[in-house]
Design a protein around this ligand. Structure first.
Ligand SMILES: Nc1ncnc2c1ncn2[C@@H]1O[C@H](COP(=O)(O)OP(=O)(O)OP(=O)(O)O)[C@@H](O)[C@H]1O
Ligand SMILES: [Mg+2]
Length: 408
């Protein structure tokens, strides 16, 4: 780590602990920056630490970064804060460890505008009468969404979804209490065996994080192609091709929707396809890919694992193109193998509620399902269902029966 970053970390921590607001307490914060630099400079003289080249330049760059988002900066710096939203200048909310709270931060209308402008500076996007919505990625990977009047009644609505990685692997999820070791071992085997997995859940329930952890379990030599609305996944493999959608320009041209990405992905010789979230017609393209034998995973917004299966049966109908339930329902039954339902609990924790098998049969419009794991009295326990494609597990070197009996 270079010298500036080291001091920056120290300064941020000091500001957070002292409760200073870089937007208002400018003198104190400038003083703190100077003092931290001087202190670091002295320590580095005694060796062991990289030297600071130019103290004045360092002070300026430090100031710019710590005072970056003014009164909101403290929430950017607090690792427990996941999301920040503003309903009106005097109503700033944060979600801390999954629980929403109204903060004591009071802004003015001009400050809100100014903050948004500063956040948008690096993205090259803007909000105004002609484009009252903006969706942008900030320099630190956070996502910004803004809506302004007259779409809203009076105020600018701002949402910042911070980029906080809570988990990179199934083991991390076990550590966080999201699922049990046994369920994680089963999912790991299912990914190795190349089963098709659907991650379902409500808003902010941890779907994308679960998908990312499942992706991390893919054997390291496979080629993974990902298609997302905006980049969120971070996959550690050596052979990853990641694509994101493009918004239409002001003239309404140049849009690249998710459907297109999924179609293109198939031409890129993937051994796995991962789609961030299916909402609409792209579900048809994904289904066709999975049906052709390409293993894949995606997330879908749904309040239960069974609802997710139903949704996978109806969303493809949105594609029009003479797609009928007669084709879709049996295709879903044979193409989706496992559904994982995640939920944001009232205490802010994220939990796997159930793991469902889709054995491959359907009756009329109903896809048959079986519970593999479900939550009973707060604990994720083994139910009696089995996943399909036992042969694939065997080929990958797993004995599903003993894995599910907890002997694996
Ligand atoms: N298992 C977990 N334990 C604790 N926190 C988690 C867990 N999974 C995700 N989170 C946190 O919850 C927030 C939402 O996570 P994530 O983006 O994965 O959810 P999502 O369901 O995909 O949300 P969206 O509805 O926006 O797509 C993030 O701040 C993330 O760090
Ligand atoms: Mg998501």
């Amino acid at each position: 780590m270079d010298a500036i970053r080291t001091v920056e970390g120290e300064v941020r921590e000091l500001i957070r602990r002292s409760g200073l607001d870089p937007a208002r307490d400018t003198t104190e914060v400038r003083h703190l920056v100077r003092a931290a630099l001087k202190d670091y400079d002295e320590r580095s003289m005694h060796g062991g630490l990289p030297l600071l080249a130019d103290l004045d330049a360092a002070a300026k760059s430090l100031w710019d970064s710590v005072a970056g988002y003014g009164a909101l900066q403290q929430y950017f710096d607090d690792p427990r804060v996941e999301e920040i939203w503003i309903n009106e200048p005097s109503k700033v909310f944060v979600a801390r460890d999954g629980v929403a709270e109204l903060t004591t931060t009071l802004l003015t209308h001009d400050e809100v505008r100014d903050l948004v402008e500063r956040m948008l500076k690096t993205s090259g996007r803007r909000v105004d009468l002609s484009s009252p919505f903006v969706d942008a990625v900030l320099a630190d990977g956070s996502r910004l969404h803004v809506v302004i009047p007259d779409i809203t009644r009076d105020h600018w609505y701002v949402n910042v979804r911070k980029f906080v990685v809570k988990a990179d692997s199934l083991e991390d999820l076990v550590r966080l209490g999201t699922l049990t070791t046994q369920a994680a071992a089963f999912l790991d085997a299912a990914v190795h065996a190349g089963l098709n997995i659907l991650v379902a859940g409500g808003t902010q329930s941890g779907k994308t994080t679960m998908l990312n952890c499942l992706a991390a379990a893919v054997p390291p030599r496979e080629r993974i192609v990902t298609c997302e609305e905006v980049f969120e996944l971070r996959i550690p493999h050596r052979d990853v091709a990641a694509m994101q959608c493009r918004q239409p320009s002001l003239e309404g041209t140049g849009e690249v929707p998710l459907r297109r990405l999924v179609k293109e992905a198939l031409r890129m010789r993937p051994s796995r396809i991962i789609v961030g979230e299916v909402r609409q017609a792209e579900s048809l393209d994904l289904l066709i890919a999975l049906n052709s034998g390409l293993p894949g995973m995606c997330t879908v917004h749904a309040n239960s694992a069974r609802e997710a299966v139903t949704k996978m049966c109806t969303l493809p109908l949105l594609a029009g193109e003479n797609v009928s339930a007669k084709f879709v329902v049996p295709t879903v039954a044979t193409s989706i193998d496992i559904v994982i339902q995640v939920a944001l609990e009232r205490d802010g924790s994220r939990r796997v509620r159930e793991i469902l098998a889709v054995p491959g049969r359907c009756e009329g419009d109903v896809v048959e399902t079986a519970d593999i794991f479900l939550r009973r009295e707060g604990a994720l326990v083994r139910a009696d269902g089995f996943p399909p494609h036992i042969d694939r597990f065997e080929r990958a070197g797993y004995d599903v029966a003993s894995l599910l009996a907890g002997l694996g």
